[in-house]
Design a protein around this ligand. Sequence first.
Ligand code: GDP
Length: 439
Amino acid sequence: MFESLSERLEGAFKNLKGEAKITELNIAATVKEIRRALVDADVNYKIAKEFTDKVKDIALGTKVINAVSPGQLMTKIVKDELANLMGGTESSFNITGNPAVILIAGLQGSGKTTFSGKLANYLKSKGKSPLLVAADIYRPAAIDQLMVLGGQVGVEVYSERENKNAVEIAQNAIKEARAKNKNVVIIDTAGRLAVDEVMMTEVANIKSAVNPHEILFVVDSMTGQDAVNTAKAFNERLDFSGVVLTKLDGDTRGGAALSIKYTVEKPIKFVSSGEKLDTLDVFYPERMAQRILGMGDITTLVEKAQAQYDEVEAKRLEKKIRKNQFDFQDFLDQLQQIKKMGNLKDLMAMIPGVGKAIKDVDISDDAFKGIEAIIKSMTPFERSNPDEINQSRKLRIAKGSGKDMTEVNAFMKQFDQMRDMMKMMNKMPMGMGKMPGMR
Ligand code: GDP
């Protein structure tokens, strides 16, 4: 995400290397390069210019104290201002109504339906009881798609295939929610390929009829300045309450994320990266600014880990490790836990400094697939008795998993080394469970 922008900004700060203090003269090149980097990331020129003028003013007005270099100071100023540009602080999300009504709008293909599914899943995990509503009366496939997503996240979907009145469908859905004690209604509306009067009128009519608590405008972040223009058009008609930026997992330059708040004066509330339904993120401007500047985002990483952290399971595992009983099944369970946290490369990029290092490395979620296939081809007995796996069992496992013997052997060897390492740690005086920083 935003890799090229990150690299360019980092390069810009290098211009200040060796300088003892900040002067109008020595920050000129840095400021110019920041502006160019922003424009190349598809940020509107006016926004980029205003941004760098402000950064320059702050930098010239700040005294460089001995402890920080001008480069570090500029990085801090740019980070703060990037966060401000994206809204400053986290914004609220109103789901206090009963039911709370959330209207989802945006162009076709922006990721509305996928987001609706993610939001339903997210709210469900927060203890809410959502109802998804398919209000697209033009494409029966859109209803089917929402049905599938609803099924995947275990959330009921309301639809009326024969009804051609989207306003009525939305109103009926709210009645249904009341009758069934659902406390959040998520209405997925029809989109068009481009901004279009019929679509706008329809969404505006739904808005007047159901008076939503939140109107979220969903936009594909890969579309850069177009995303900003579409946002403007939707905001004029709908006066939406927040923006959802999707497809941040793709090759996004950053323009949409950095310009939308400035342009429509509405906060980005969620970002969505990937098609996995459990990877919806609340948008935190400060954390995003940190990521853009290659500072990582440990806070989000820890939160993701905590969301998956199961105290009982952790205790069970700790005990098994201590008794040298860690087996293939435990290993498989752990892999699956990690995968639930999200896209592997995105996760690793949240560690400060790692993002840049792995920029060109192909780390796909498929990296685990081979290992999973091998373990899944084992019998339950083999999974819990790694030492009992002899040559003929290995042959059968290789055949079952579609891997060759070299791969199976290599994995077995790695697994043994891992267990040796665990044994060694158990022998350490403090013991594994009491190591600093471990829970
Ligand atoms: P809608 O027409 O606005 O409802 O859009 P969809 O939810 O159907 O999404 C359009 C396409 O984008 C589908 O192929 C989705 O799988 C894909 N998509 C949606 N959100 C994301 C995302 O965050 N990342 C990626 N890579 N693809 C996404």
